[in-house]
Design a protein around this ligand. Structure first.
Ligand code: ZN
Ligand code: ZN
Length: 278
């Protein structure tokens, strides 16, 4: 790679990283302003945990997220370069495999990333790794939209591995990879939002019950020993790592929201009281 090519790659990296930071800032700050500031009183009933995070937590979350976004910018630049030189399984035009495969590849990416995340996340909780790496993400026991990418750089590297797994193993059109990671980004933000707006029936529906909710990942932050999944809870159910009171927690928030009743005690306490009554 000569000096001109290096200079051009540096500018691509700068453009990619800047656009990722802008997307992150727009989405997270908008959600934070909407829920934690502007609609704070009316959204209060949908809060999963009673307390609100302090500024120190938010600053730390943003700091580590910025490191992750620069790493993501580097990975995206590298993938674009690999694509250009024919090292990935990217194809075009869409007609080559048809629209059916185009959409199916999205679901394939979901399943592959879901398995990748569950197992690497379990690995992050291994006692030899946890205290050096994943403990950082778990400092934030009461997550906010900014917690989503607040991870140790080593964990960031492991999590970015999925981008390479996908482009090297799944035949894909570049546009579906962009759509997939956009969706993945939103799911991650929702999982850390600190609020639950889904209806009570969601966790009992034949199909939807397999999709993770905000309460699902929030319980992972408050509990540590349960709910490791990303998009779906198949792996948590199969491996028996789902929080045993996940549905009760979810329903407690949904009921409170329906009754517009403030959370008087942390959910853990509230549910423990219900246990002793029944
Ligand atoms: Zn964890
Ligand atoms: Zn998390």
């Amino acid at each position: 790679m000569d000096a001109t090519e290096l200079n051009s790659q540096f500018h691509k990296w700068l453009n990619n990283s800047t656009s990722l930071v802008i997307q992150y800032v727009v989405v997270t700050f908008f959600l934070f302003f909407l829920l934690f500031v502007w609609k704070r009183t009316s959204a209060e009933y949908a809060r999963i945990q009673q307390k609100y995070p302090d500024n120190k937590q938010i600053k730390r979350e943003i700091f580590y997220s910025m490191i992750f976004l620069l790493m993501l910018g580097t990975s995206v630049t590298l993938v674009v370069w690999l694509n250009k030189h024919g090292y990935t399984r990217a194809y075009k035009p869409i007609d080559k495999y048809g629209w059916g495969y185009y959409y199916a590849s999205f679901f394939l990416m979901l399943l592959v990333h879901d398995a990748y995340f569950y197992w690497t996340h379990r690995l992050m909780h291994h006692q030899a790794i946890f205290k050096h790496v994943h403990k950082l993400h778990h400092e934030f026991t009461n997550p906010t939209p900014f917690t989503s990418y607040a991870v140790h750089p080593f964990e960031g590297m492991v999590q970015l591995g999925i981008l390479f797994v996908i482009v090297f193993t799944i035949p894909h059109h570049s546009s579906i990879v962009t759509i997939f990671f956009g969706y993945s980004f939103l799911v991650n933000i929702v999982g850390h939002m600190g609020y639950e707006f889904l209806p009570k029936w969601f966790v009992h529906h034949r199909v939807f019950k397999w999709i993770n909710t905000s309460v699902h990942h929030n319980l992972h932050h408050s509990n540590l020993k349960a709910n490791y999944g990303y998009y779906f809870n198949f792996w948590d159910v199969i491996m028996k790592t789902e929080h045993r009171k996940y549905k009760e927690h979810f329903e407690a928030v949904a009921n409170r929201r329906a009754e517009r009743k403030s959370l008087s005690k942390p959910l853990e306490q509230e549910l423990a009281i219900q246990d002793t009554i029944s």
